[in-house]
Write a protein that binds this ligand. Structure first.
Ligand code: HXC
Length: 291
């Protein structure tokens, strides 16, 4: 990763003796969230589906602070038992779990007419069921350590975004899960919040999901006139795990430069030619299922 997380406004060592468990931790946004926490004193376990990628990312993150311990484990968040085993390894190796980031997500653009039941189910299972599985498997540690959960949500379910019905449904479910858990686990000292990133530069959300010809229009439509950075998300993460947010639970921090308030212009401003096309050549159906 080219840039280095800047910690200037946060106290060094603020997360000493804290352990974070992050799903999707080798991905661009979640990796920077974990890097920030590790630089500020935490130890971490990141999990992802691709073993080599996850282990390499963990080794690189560990390098950021002398004495830190960062493990990378191969886990599919749809597999509850595998998550339980990963949590057991975390407790064995790092002693406990204080913080959980539910960041694993699947995404592709798909016109609803070409979206198979299995494709919809796949995204719901990775994003929503995966988030449930993660918090469920961590619940004893979270309660024991008065821990904190951050769900990585989105803004695309705040209104109707085309070609994202599956992801919007999953993210809406994640918001609901976070709110309910904030209420149920609050009496045990556990806080649960969402971070909803807007368009963040250097992520797959921009490079793969946003057609190139739309990129500049989206950037100009963001009221702050820029894309967000992965450090913007990391800073919100540090705040939500820090004691500075100790009375904040059951809410969402939207980190998007007010993009979603502009409606589709600041996110997915598809032209009429795409929206009303019968061919939808941009999103060629890949489904093997009979629709
Ligand atoms: C239509 C598709 C498809 C596509 C997969 N499917 N890709 N349908 N268009 N592009 C369908 C398949 O045809 C299949 O249905 C079903 O989905 C399952 O596909 P598999 O490949 O077997 O599933 P799996 O290996 O589990 O992985 C699916 C996946 C993967 C998770 C979606 O493609 C993936 O990992 N994508 C990248 C993950 C990613 O980008 N993460 C960052 C998310 S960013 P059939 O009917 O054929 O059986 C994010 C931010 C959102 O979420 C905000 C944006 C601004």
């Amino acid at each position: 990763m080219a840039t280095v997380y800047s910690t200037s406004v946060f106290q060094p060592g603020i997360f000493s003796n804290k352990v974070v468990f992050c799903t999707g931790g080798a991905g661009t946004i979640c990796r920077r969230q974990v890097e920030a926490l590790v630089i500020l004193g935490a130890n971490a376990v990141i999990v992802g589906r691709k073993k080599a990628v996850t282990e390499k990312a963990a080794a690189e993150i560990q390098h950021l602070r002398k004495g830190s311990k960062v493990l990378g484990l191969s886990v599919d968040v749809r597999d509850y038992k595998a998550l339980q085993e990963a949590m057991e390894i975390t407790v064995e190796e790092l002693g406990k779990i204080d913080y959980v980031i539910c960041g694993a997500a699947g995404n592709f653009l798909a016109d609803f007419r070409h979206l198979s039941s299995n494709a919809f189910k796949t995204v719901i299972e990775i994003d929503l069921l995966g988030s449930y599985n993660t918090v469920k498997a961590a619940q004893n540690q979270l309660i024991k350590n008065k821990g904190t959960v951050i769900f990585v949500s989105a803004t695309l379910h705040y209104y109707g975004v085309p070609f994202q019905s599956h992801v919007g449904a999953a993210k809406a479910g994640i918001d609901a899960l976070s709110n309910a858990l904030a209420v149920e686990l609050g009496p045990f000292g556990v806080r649960c919040n969402c971070i909803a990133p807007g368009p963040i530069e250097g992520t797959e959300g921009i490079s793969r999901l946003l057609p190139k010809e739309m990129t500049e229009n989206v950037r100009k439509a963001v009221p702050l006139q820029r894309f967000g950075t992965i450090d913007d998300i990391a800073n919100a993460t540090v705040f939500l795990f820090s004691p500075a947010s100790s009375f904040i639970t059951g809410t969402t921090i939207v980190v998007d430069g007010a993009a979603w308030h502009t409606g589709q212009q600041g996110t997915f401003p598809y032209p009429e030619s795409i929206l009303h096309s019968d061919k939808l050549s941009l999103f060629a159906p890949k489904s093997k299922s009979k629709l």
